[in-house]
Design a protein around this ligand. Structure first.
Ligand code: CO
Length: 218
């Protein structure tokens, strides 16, 4: 549009932020250059209203983050698996948090029968969650309440999907690792713990438990 005001705002904002950080703590950036030791892996939605650090009141360096549309954990997603592998094997995070949010556009879109093109392939995974819980969901008359319940069920399924990975199961052989399912509401800014935590192989249906006999399996 002829001027660069809209994006220049971000660069100007960055300079102000950096100045304020240095003022509050002259060692702030020096400490960041020493490396990261986050205890948490956050798998959240790409939605601009759900920034992991901001809503948890945490600082740079505290949360390792992966975000995608509707916070899905797919066993064929090399991006997600790479982030998971690095967070668990190298950073040794102790907690993995799947955080969905009410009013999720991806979840709402998945409840429709509209053809969204390539996005259909991504949203199909949410449709599978819907199909699995169709009786419970269709007993809810109100469409907003129904989509909110699907948001919750989708988070719970992604928590299970994490437990189904060999990355997580290998970690369990050696140490503690907990997977949590949360939902954020931007109506009040509060995160609800869905209490669907999985922290051991026994929490998972036997068919998904791997017999990990060597260190080479992936
Ligand atoms: Co969303």
């Amino acid at each position: 549009m002829g001027n660069n005001t809209s994006y220049q705002r971000l660069l100007d904002g960055n300079k102000e932020w950096s100045k304020a950080k240095l003022k509050a703590d002259p060692e702030f950036f020096n400490n960041l250059t020493k490396g990261q030791t986050p205890q948490y892996l956050w798998i959240g939605c790409s939605d601009s209203r759900v920034p992991a650090n901001e809503i948890t009141n945490t600082k740079s360096g505290e949360i390792f983050v992966h975000r995608n549309v509707a916070n899905l954990v797919l066993h064929t997603d090399v991006n997600l698996l790479s982030v998971l592998h690095y967070a668990v094997e190298v950073l040794h995070v102790e907690h993995i948090i799947v955080c969905g949010h009410y009013g999720c556009g991806g979840v709402i879109a998945a409840m429709e029968n509209h053809d969204f093109g390539i996005v259909n392939k991504w949203l199909r995974n949410i449709k599978e969650v819907y199909a699995k819980y169709v009786d419970e969901l269709e007993a809810i008359e109100d469409i907003t309440e129904r989509s909110n319940r699907l948001v919750e069920l989708n988070v719970m399924e992604q928590v299970k999907n994490l437990a189904k990975t060999t990355v997580v199961q290998k970690a369990w052989e050696k140490r503690a690792l907990a997977i949590h399912g949360w939902v954020y509401g931007f109506n009040n800014g509060i995160i609800t713990d869905l209490n669907c935590m999985i922290n051991e192989l026994n929490d998972l249906e036997p068919i998904f438990r791997y017999r990990l006999s060597s260190d080479t399996s992936e």
